[in-house]
Design a protein around this ligand. Structure first.
Ligand SMILES: [Zn+2]
Length: 168
């Protein structure tokens, strides 16, 4: 049995739904990260392609494949991806839509209108993780990739997005 199923969700287009229950922290899916975007194939990328990429390093991307490419954003997500694996961030029931917060570990400054309908919906979702409210950055800290922590957070910026105070 497949763990996930892709189907249409009203105005949002496609969405991904769980086909069985998952416990918090349980692995949901091994993500296909092989279709890397390189200098060679970059010029052939369409806008649609760029809307369905995921990072595998700082400003390095791969083209996502189904079903993961159809996972919608939510400001109250129930999954996260780390090291090419998708995990449940909280308990997921069979039939729940599986969602990600696209801002986790983001380095590019894009904007997207969000209609996730959650009480904590940010309405305008921005790509850069460091533009998230401090509280949310702290909450999401465990879900960041190692490269993000090493290359972005530890390079003179703390998780609050302000320059580190100089030690005397
Ligand atoms: Zn939202």
């Amino acid at each position: 049995m497949e763990n996930l199923v892709v189907r249409r969700v009203g105005k949002k287009g496609m969405g991904v739904f769980s086909n069985k229950p998952f416990k918090k922290g349980q692995m949901i899916l091994r993500i296909n990260t092989r279709d890397r975007i390189t200098k060679k194939n970059e010029s052939k990328m369409t806008n649609y392609d760029w809307n369905h990429v995921n990072a595998w390093g700082c400003k390095k991307y791969y083209r996502m494949k189904p079903p993961e490419k159809f996972i919608n954003h939510s400001c109250n997500p129930n999954s996260f991806d780390k090291g090419g694996l998708l995990y449940a961030m909280k308990r997921i029931k069979k039939g729940d839509e599986v969602t990600l917060d696209y801002s986790i570990g983001g380095v590019e400054d894009w904007k997207m209108v969000c209609k996730c309908g959650g009480g904590n919906c940010r309405k305008i979702v921005r790509g850069k993780f460091l533009l998230l409210p401090e509280k949310l950055q702290k909450k999401y800290r465990p879900y960041l990739e190692e490269w993000y922590i090493e290359k972005v957070l530890k390079k003179g910026r703390n998780i609050h997005g302000s320059p580190r105070k100089r030690q005397k």
